[in-house]
Design a protein around this ligand. Structure first.
Ligand code: AR6
Ligand code: MG
Length: 340
């Protein structure tokens, strides 16, 4: 809010950035940094901590991968549609994003789906037919979903509904869809959390769990609750919930890393990479939660300077923070709402 000067005019120097915009930028930029920082370690069972620290502190540019590319595609879609998810249009947007840069590290199954969509097939068929008809249980729907949780003032039930609709396009398996719902709701709750108050882990996880459909995902969250309370190490987290590309492993792993130390973006990213396995995606998801809580102010300065291809990230953050969610079933923006 602008201050009024003694002469009655608005003091432009007193106009601060919109607090919700800072949360959106924090989530989008930190997740892109984490995606890039985690990528060199993807697939390693054991991550060398010294190598992680070296990469975190040295100057080379941070080049993001498919996680961020599809996050941008989804964010731009939400902006175009006033916060809504139009599944046909979003399927085309995802496939076009893949076609523009197919070498960014996409999962094999989802890449095959995008190729079929580009060739004119319906996402309804390609999604359901993946992996012999079981549908993908990968974390690809969760890794791109943060923008749904960053729509201003959207009720959490609506965040969950739109997250699931965005997932269905490529991930027909219920565990992948629960992964996307969990990630989007976690980002939304983190973005609404008061920065001067510690996160209540039980309330936070209850807000997520209540929107899930599978008992398997809910029981993974009950393990996260124990891990977060114990402030578990990355190794303990990998041991307890897994670190693989399956959404039911990597999303709980990201939640456990974030909840163990939600105030420190640098340490959250460092720990997430140390979990091993799907490092770029676990780091990007934990970073989206942490950036949504800590805001742009929490972004390590060196990482911000190293981050490559930032133009779309900045543009879409501003546009996303300005979406009028009222028009698509939301309410007015606020950063000071309850945690659930
Ligand atoms: N049966 C067997 N394996 C499966 C199944 C299934 N039903 N579903 C998934 N997989 P995909 P994503 C395995 O291709 O979810 C990038 O590296 C299978 O090995 O649907 O978008 C990102 O950084 C398959 O190749 O793509 C993320 O780490 C893999 O899970 C990740 O890929 C990924 O599923 C996102 O992958
Ligand atoms: Mg990955």
């Amino acid at each position: 809010m602008s201050r009024v000067t003694p002469t009655g005019g608005a003091d432009p120097s007193a106009v601060g950035p919109d607090p919700w915009l800072l949360r959106v930028r924090g989530a989008v930029l930190l997740a892109a940094c984490a995606d890039a920082l985690g990528a060199p370690f993807e697939g390693l069972a054991a991550v060398d901590v010294a190598a992680v620290d070296h990469l975190l502190e040295t100057p080379p540019p941070l080049r993001w991968t498919d996680d961020t590319a599809l996050t941008l595609a989804l964010a731009e879609h939400l902006v175009r549609r006033g916060g809504d998810v139009d599944q046909d249009e979003l399927a085309s947007a995802f496939a076009a994003e893949w076609a523009a840069g197919p070498d960014l590290g996409y999962g094999a199954g989802v890449a095959a789906q995008f190729a079929r969509i580009v060739a004119g097939e319906s996402w309804v068929a390609t999604s359901q037919e993946a992996f012999g008809g079981t549908g993908s249980y990968g974390n690809g729907a969760a890794m791109r979903v943060a923008p749904v949780g960053l729509l201003p003032g959207l009720p959490l039930a609506e965040v969950a509904r739109r997250a699931r609709r965005s997932a269905q396009i490529t991930h027909a398996h219920p565990l992948a869809q629960d992964g996307a719902v969990a990630q989007a709701v976690a980002v939304a709750v983190a973005a609404r959390s008061r920065q001067d108050t510690p996160i209540d882990t039980d309330l936070f996880l209850a807000a997520v769990a209540t929107r899930l459909r599978t008992p398997q995902f809910r029981s993974a969250l009950s393990i996260v609750r124990v891990l977060a309370r114990r402030r578990a190490t990355p190794g303990q987290i990998a041991e307890a919930v897994g670190n693989g590309v399956a959404a039911v492993e990597s999303v709980p792993a990201a939640l456990a890393v974030f909840l163990a130390d939600p105030q420190r973006p640098h340490d959250v990213v460092r720990s997430a990479i140390q979990v091993g396995g799907d490092t770029d995606t676990i780091a990007a998801m934990a970073a989206a939660m942490c950036g949504a809580r800590c805001g742009e102010q929490g972004l390590p300065v060196l990482w911000g300077l190293r981050l490559a291809d930032t133009r779309r990230l900045w543009q879409v953050s501003s546009a996303l923070a300005a979406v009028d969610s009222d028009r698509s079933g939301g309410r007015r923006p606020s950063t000071r709402t309850d945690q659930h």
